[in-house]
Design a protein around this ligand. Structure first.
Ligand SMILES: [Zn+2]
Length: 410
């Protein structure tokens, strides 16, 4: 039997090895291909530690050796990179009216995906069962490819109680206190991570997308609602109880439109696609504004989608263009406030904002410039999500991979 001191020492050594493994995996994620010597010089770990851990990772299938090359000092060696086939993760996006599931490889590249329309008016248990059935399909795909599923990440449109993996509140679904993690663990018996959808997307961009190596950025998404994932100092900013980033409910007009949260004039009640569609529908119903939108839906105003509006704008329809330009201005005003508050290096537009980016980005840029203070605005970049409307589902898978990159070999 080990005495107390030996046991503590062994525990410390294991912890150090896990941390070093995480450092090496992270170094490869950001900079691969690298040789063992490169990893050693970049991480400051000694060469024998690097070699021993790398050998273990190669054996475990998480890292692979590629072509023979010379390192910076001209010494020959095999270069290394994360092995895409090493393992896989399942990402799920729970929308208000759809469910999207993706099987991603070890570098968060999609290998299979499926999206279904889901009616949020059905009973909650049926909605969650449909999600489970889709996850089951993804697991079947993983088995076919002989890839080990590391876990399931779920991005949800609402506030998440991270400690218990519960949806605390999903305003646009009217769900309260749903123990989603427990429900999925019970059915699939793999690690499950539940995260707010914008946070999931932000992490996806940070680990694998447009915001790699950007330590201060804001991911902004608009679908049914508007939300932000705020990364500060390389970490997700969660706030006191984990509910930070609900920028869609910043108040812009206390007497404005009613919002899903029960208050009035929130940012999302002005700029979210759902609000834009409603506004367009009511204008087209009330008076005869000439617009291609009407023709595209053959006068069935209730069939208008955000895509219809984009399509009309692309064809230079004046009403659609003016409406989207107005949205761009309101987005710019809100983003200017966020820039003043957080001084990010980059703002990434995702979800429907990414789809509308050619029209809204120039207006957002000029509005932010006019409304933000000069100093926090200096050197700000506005970028588009690397994954478009798939951002959340890739991000949800990235959360699973990140857990493994951070805590390999439990
Ligand atoms: Zn609100």
């Amino acid at each position: 039997m080990m005495d107390k001191v030996t046991r503590r020492k062994t525990g410390d050594q294991m912890l150090v090895r896990r941390l070093n493994t995480a450092i090496i995996l992270d170094c490869l994620r950001l900079n691969a291909p690298l040789s063992r010597a490169d990893i050693s010089s970049r991480t400051g770990l000694n060469r024998s530690t690097v070699s021993s851990i790398v050998n273990e990772l190669v054996q475990g299938g998480l890292v692979r050796e590629t072509e023979f090359q010379k390192d910076r000092l001209g010494r020959p060696g095999l270069s290394l990179e994360l092995s895409p086939d090493g393992a896989c993760a399942i990402g799920v996006q729970m929308g208000v009216d759809f469910i999207s599931v993706m099987l991603a490889d070890f570098v968060a590249k999609p290998i299979w995906s499926k999206r279904i329309v889901a009616d949020s008016n059905v009973e909650q248990s049926l909605f969650i069962k449909s999600m489970g059935d889709l996850i089951q399909e993804a697991l079947k795909q993983a088995r076919r490819k002989h890839s080990k599923p590391l876990g399931i990440g779920v991005g949800v449109p609402g506030l998440v109680d991270l400690q218990h993996g519960k949806i605390a509140l999903a305003p646009n679904l009217q769900w309260h206190d749903v123990p989603l993690r427990d429900m999925l663990v019970k059915r699939f018996d793999v690690p499950v991570f539940v995260e707010n959808d914008a946070n999931a997307s932000a992490l996806g961009e940070y680990y694998f997308g447009i915001a790699r190596q950007v330590n201060d950025f804001i991911f902004l998404t608009a679908d049914v609602g508007v939300g932000a994932g705020i990364i500060l100092g390389g970490k997700l900013f969660r706030g006191n109880r984990g509910y930070a980033g609900e920028v869609g409910h910043m108040s812009f007009d206390p007497n404005g439109e009613l919002c899903g949260c029960g208050r009035r004039g929130c940012w999302e009640s002005i700029v979210s696609p759902r609000s834009v569609i409603r506004k367009i529908q009511s204008t087209l119903c009330q008076n005869y504004t000439p617009s291609l939108i009407r023709d595209l839906v053959q006068n069935q105003i209730d069939k208008i989608t955000f895509e219809t509006i984009l399509q009309a704008a692309d064809a230079n329809d004046r009403f659609a263009l003016e409406t989207l330009q107005d949205v761009g201005r309101w987005l710019g005003i809100g983003i200017a406030n966020l820039v003043n508050a957080f001084n990010p290096e980059l703002v990434v537009l995702g979800g429907a904002l990414a789809r509308a980016s050619t029209i809204v980005t120039p207006i957002i840029e000029s509005t932010v410039e006019q409304n933000a203070l000069r100093q926090p605005h200096e050197s700000l970049k506005i970028g588009i999500s690397a994954y478009g409307s798939e951002g959340c589902v890739v991000g949800a898978a990235a959360i699973v991979l990140d857990e493994i990159l951070r805590y390999p070999f439990p």
